[in-house]
Ligand binder design. Structure first.
Ligand SMILES: Cc1cc2nc3c(=O)[nH]c(=O)nc-3n(C[C@H](O)[C@H](O)[C@H](O)COP(=O)(O)OP(=O)(O)OC[C@H]3O[C@@H](n4cnc5c(N)ncnc54)[C@H](O)[C@@H]3O)c2cc1C
Ligand code: FES
Length: 281
């Protein structure tokens, strides 16, 4: 499906925590075409500055509406935090490849670091509503109980949810990957093989998740973030290093990703590319 540009009204804006917003946007065609793991490029202003669209994962797509969960980081997201229901915004999508879902898999383990939960919420809703019998388990990590309380906005009653916080104020005291590792290595009935392991969050977290999955001889799908300028494969500003037979090659995170198989990523070369789009932002 080719991405399109939509002029779509915001129907709801919620500030879930200071600096964390959920926007509901009416966009029936976009909602119908989107699958979990895909993203949109949002134009933050009609003026020329900031120039570039900002990428956001789709957190939901149903009933003619899409949802975006975002954290204020810099100028673009600060502008977005000022938008109100009724305003019409310019979004391009759906973009990227999305998560692969095999209906025959018995369980899905979704591991998130902070705002990385956004695409995994869409995936969990999809898996639960497909009535596939897949057991969905969400591992949510954050700095504190406050940050992981983001999840209370969403109906996750059909999933098992486990929390990890850096300060120990909710759930496991430590990294979400340590929590997941504990889960896998102690007797919780972890199902290897063709279960889904999906992750989104900071790069070191994803690298650790990839190591755990490979140790357990399980595939994992990682949704990567990269600075993006065009979002459609033209600028090569968003590349991810992937393993090849005789070395490595770069793939465009916006087209061949943002979801990559953990075993395909060449972690040693991930920091190398100079981000061209960063200079334009
Ligand atoms: C495929 C994809 C999906 C994403 N989904 C979400 C989402 O669902 N929710 C969400 O809150 N954010 C998401 N992001 C990150 C989001 O795009 C950035 O936070 C946003 O572009 C920052 O814009 P800004 O103008 O506010 O910040 P800027 O002023 O441009 O930058 C502020 C800080 O954020 C860092 N930053 C900017 N862009 C990115 C980026 N793409 N990845 C990592 N760090 C960045 C900069 O290095 C800088 O430190 C996603 C990014 C990608 C590539
Ligand atoms: S953002 Fe331009 S090629 Fe990916």
């Amino acid at each position: 499906v080719h991405p399109e540009i939509f002029q779509s009204p915001i129907t709801e804006k919620e500030e879930l925590l200071p600096g964390f917003f959920y926007l509901t946007i009416e966009s029936p065609v976009l909602a119908k075409r989107s699958v979990p793991g895909q993203f949109v490029m949002v134009q933050v202003t009609n003026a020329k500055d900031p120039l570039l669209r900002r990428p956001f994962s789709l957190c939901s797509a149903a009933d003619g509406k899409v949802g975006i969960l975002f954290q204020v980081k810099g100028r673009g997201t600060a502008i977005m935090s000022g938008w109100e229901p009724g305003e019409s915004i310019n979004i391009m999508g759906p973009l990227g490849n999305g998560f692969g879902v095999h209906q025959s898999c018995p369980a899905a383990y979704l591991v998130a670091g902070g705002i990385g939960i956004a695409p995994l919420l869409f995936l969990s809703t999809f898996l639960v509503s497909a009535d596939s019998g897949i057991a969905v388990k969400i591992f949510m990590g954050g700095r504190s109980a406050g940050e992981v309380s983001l999840l209370s906005r969403f109906d996750l009653s059909a999933c098992d949810v486990f929390f990890a916080t850096d300060d120990g104020s909710k759930g496991f005291h430590g990294l979400v990957t340590d929590l997941f590792d504990d889960y896998v290595t102690t007797d919780h009935g972890f199902l290897r093989g063709n279960s889904i392991i999906a992750g989104c969050g900071p790069l070191p977290m994803l690298q650790t998740l990839s190591r755990i999955a490979s140790r357990e001889e399980s595939a994992c799908q990682l949704s990567l973030e990269a600075h993006m300028a065009c979002g459609v494969g033209a600028c090569l500003g968003c590349v991810t290093a992937t393993k090849q037979e005789n070395g490595f090659s770069y793939k465009r995170t916006c087209v061949e990703g943002p979801v990559f198989s953990g075993s395909d990523i060449d972690w040693d070369h991930m920091q190398l590319p100079v981000c061209r789009s960063a200079a334009l932002r």
